[in-house]
Design a protein around this ligand. Sequence first.
Ligand code: NAP
Length: 269
Amino acid sequence: MPPLAGRVAVVTGASRGMGRAIALRLAEDGADCALIYRKSVEQAREVATRIEALGRRALALALDLREPAQVGPVFERIRETFGRVDILVANAAATAFRPMLEQKEHNLHRTFAISVDSFVAAVQAAVPLMEGRPGRIVAISGIDSHQSMAGHGALGAAKAAVESLVRTLALELGPRGITANGVSPGFIETDSSRFYTERGLKREYSPAALELIERTPVRRLGTGEDVAALVAYLVSDGAGFLTGQTLLIDGGITIVSPLHRPAEDLSSR
Ligand SMILES: NC(=O)c1ccc[n+]([C@@H]2O[C@H](COP(=O)([O-])OP(=O)(O)OC[C@H]3O[C@@H](n4cnc5c(N)ncnc54)[C@H](OP(=O)(O)O)[C@@H]3O)[C@@H](O)[C@H]2O)c1
């Protein structure tokens, strides 16, 4: 019996990148999936088709998380289709990568509406549907919550708020058998990391990626599947005593001293 058989997972931003990999992994582990996306209808349908081919149920739902008031009605559709929710993965995010002095008010609102307001709205809609079985909430944060990165001021602030919310939710929902955790990825190969490298950092992708690989202890970039494997653990029955934490998954890059010279290969000494 797959570990998540009979469970229902809601994954936001499931049409592309990490959200897609997370939804496919949870489906492989046995969960039926509600897939939330904004505009990539074909890609969301393709994820749904792959999940159905695994023998699970899938429902792709368009929802613009810039509008937190729309979250409740979409969860009503999820309740009508699946009857319950066991797992909520709040993964979607979007921002404009700009220095704070050039940041526009509407972008600050948009960034926080997606990552913070709609996360709270989704938790409020999902928790009443989690009664009776161990519930799991996972929010995807990012190293920008605690490391300064060019153009990441708005998103990093929103992610820091998400990590704080994870601790509060762990405290408030623990007595109901619901855990809440964050996952903080380093550089993961997706559309948005390529976009950020080229538009935010104004660098060519391949040389920037190679430089990063040289500085990363495991000598590669992260994949959506790496993140999905951690999410799969956090939502499993075995992770019931782990709550209120945000776990870094970055190939080790944030533990490396800035004094370390990338070309040094300590293992060959
Ligand atoms: N990639 C990295 O290196 C990295 C590192 C650290 C943290 N993260 C975090 O990891 C998460 C996923 O990142 P990613 O790189 O996989 O992103 P991505 O490839 O850009 O995909 C973003 C997903 O979010 C959805 N989305 C965007 N705006 C939305 C909105 N207003 N309403 C509903 N859905 C919306 C998109 O839907 P559509 O396809 O319909 O637009 C898409 O499914 C984000 O929270 C990001 O901040 C990423």
